[in-house]
Design a protein around this ligand. Structure first.
Ligand code: ZN
Ligand code: ZN
Length: 175
């Protein structure tokens, strides 16, 4: 193998943007078999691994089952990961993720996590397993369930206090 062969590719921006960009990066670096079902890319074989690590130590690992977009259609990608015990959804965003590296030799997506943002409703950290959403006006971030419940009850943003509402599909919009 040539020493110049690239085996690690940073895909952070692609992950934060949308599943299609992630798939493009994966496909150009490895032989990936998948089926696209609506907006979700379902892996045909379970060769792609995903690991979470924090400050250099790994704390979660499994096989990627599918990569899909966020339910409210905001930017970002969701990874469904099979740990053998359960299926877990990973929601890497700028609020909880330092960087995402594709290790081509190991068929591995390595996510370095960090708690950088607190939920503007409950005040707790937004973690990698949490679905995140934000105010469309001031972009304050929060756990998805917390902000949609808040807006349903109060019809305002908890931070900028502007009028908001929630659609029947859970999308927060400017009222
Ligand atoms: Zn919260
Ligand atoms: Zn706001």
């Amino acid at each position: 193998m040539s020493p110049k062969e690239i085996t690690k590719v940073e895909i952070t921006n692609e992950v934060f943007k949308e599943p299609k960009e992630v798939i493009n990066q994966l496909s150009s670096n490895m032989d990936l078999k998948y089926t696209k079902v609506i907006q979700t890319y379902v892996m045909e074989d379970r060769r792609l691994n995903l690991a979470l690590e924090h400050e250099g130590s790994s704390y979660f690992k499994g096989k990627v089952v599918w990569i899909g977009n966020k339910k409210d259609d905001t930017e970002g990608s969701i990874f469904c990961v099979d740990t053998k015990d359960e299926l877990k959804q990973i929601n890497p965003t700028a609020e909880n993720t330092e960087k995402v590296i594709l290790d081509v030799k190991k068929d591995l997506i390595k996510v370095s996590t960090a708690s950088k943002t607190k939920c503007s409703v409950c005040g707790k950290n937004i973690e990698i397993f949490d679905e995140v959403t934000g105010c469309p006006i001031c972009e304050a971030k929060a756990h998805k369930d917390h902000l949609t419940d808040w807006v349903r009850m109060k019809h305002t943003c908890p931070v900028c206090k502007k009028s908001l509402n929630v659609s029947s599909t859970g999308v927060i919009f400017i009222d």
